[in-house]
Design a protein around this ligand. Structure first.
Ligand code: SF4
Length: 201
């Protein structure tokens, strides 16, 4: 039995892939099989769009605040499938839809991708996690190398043209106060809002 959807606080989280081009030093996947008491989030195989929609049908959407594409992997590895699922959700509910991402979608797909989110995604939350490309490489360890930081910022900036809410997050335990201030400046410069999040959210 695969965990395709699970509840976190007042949101329904969607786990569509375990693929990810990064190996963050703080990645929860290294420490436990699930989060917030969820069943294990390692997938036997990636669920189809139909399977994801069917899993979402099992929830009373009006009782929740949002649906979040997150899970144990990078959701934009399946960007087009996310969009399809999001369109399905929009066809039956006005619940808000968020993607939690490492922001490397353009590198994953080899082209600018933010535009694909227009009209179906309400919030994009990008992990910032460093204030320069060298530190980013050390903490996030993306397979795309040193250019990843700039590509992540560009994707985030592009999102501000297509998505109502664009948030960037840093994890409190891996940043110091000065880095958090610098992160805030970076966010403001591209039109995003900074959220300093606890380690496990
Ligand atoms: S981007 Fe997310 S899933 Fe990928 S290694 Fe980092 S924390 Fe883990």
């Amino acid at each position: 039995m695969m965990t395709i959807t699970y509840k976190v606080k007042n949101g329904i989280y969607v786990n569509m892939t375990n693929r990810c081009p990064c190996a963050c030093t703080f990645c929860l996947r290294k420490n436990s099989p699930g989060v917030y008491g969820s069943d294990p989030l390692w997938l036997e195989r990636e669920p189809t769009v139909a399977e994801v929609c069917s899993a979402l049908d099992g929830w009373e959407l009006s009782e929740y605040d949002e649906i979040v594409f997150c899970g144990y992997g990078e959701p934009t590895e399946r960007l087009d499938d996310i969009i399809e699922v999001a369109k399905y959700i929009k066809s039956k509910s006005d619940i808000k839809i968020r993607i939690n991402t490492n922001g490397l979608s353009d590198l994953i797909h080899g082209e600018p991708t933010a535009k694909r989110l227009a009209g179906v995604i309400d919030t994009v939350s990008v992990s910032l996690n460093a204030t320069n490309k060298e530190d980013y490489l050390k903490v996030v360890r993306p397979k795309f190398g040193i250019d990843s930081f700039d590509a992540m910022l560009k994707f985030t900036k592009d999102c501000t043209a297509y998505v109502p809410n664009v948030v960037m997050t840093v994890v409190d335990v891996v940043t110091i106060k000065e880095e958090q201030e610098k992160s805030r400046e970076i966010c403001e410069s591209i039109g995003a809002v900074l959220r300093i999040r606890p380690f496990e959210s």
